[in-house]
Each structure stands twice: as structure tokens, then as C-alpha cells.
Design a protein around this ligand. Structure first.
Ligand SMILES: [Zn+2]
Length: 76
């Protein structure tokens, strides 16, 4: 059986302020970045797409204009 702990302050590391600071620190300390090309609708060039399926390295997108197309992931 578990034991109740004196709860006061036990979540202080998870307080919203600390969490935000930790997140910002994690982002600032993040070392490497890679560039990815955002897919665009080949018909209307929009980037407002809905990904409706992923199979291996192929992603299936549907554009707001109704056009459906697939995006093939390229080895970086
Ligand atoms: Zn489109």
C-alpha cells in the first residue's frame, strides 16, 4: 500500500513558471537542427494541408482545394 506524503510543495518543479522556464531552456540548449521542406499543394501551392495517411516514407495529403497528392520523404 502507498503512503500519503505531505503534499505541500512536492509539485514545485512542475509549477507552470518552472515548466515554462525549463521548456525555454531546453529549446535554447537544443543543439542540432535540420531543415525540412514543407509540402505544398502542387495545384494551388497552398500549405494548408491535411495529412490523412502515412505509409512508410510516403505521406498522403489533402489540400483545402480538394486536390489529393502524396509527399515522398527524402533521406537527409
Ligand atoms: Zn490545393
Amino acid at each position: 500500500m502507498g503512503k500519503w506524503v505531505n503534499a505541500k510543495g512536492w509539485l514545485k518543479d512542475y509549477a507552470p513558471d518552472n515548466k515554462t522556464q525549463a521548456k525555454q531552456a531546453a529549446i535554447q540548449n537544443f543543439g542540432e537542427a535540420v531543415i525540412f521542406i514543407r509540402p505544398r499543394c502542387p495545384k494551388c501551392k497552398s500549405i494548408k494541408l491535411v495529412c490523412y495517411g502515412i505509409k512508410g516514407n510516403i505521406r498522403y495529403y489533402k489540400c483545402l482545394c480538394g486536390n489529393k497528392f502524396k509527399a515522398i520523404e527524402k533521406e537527409g
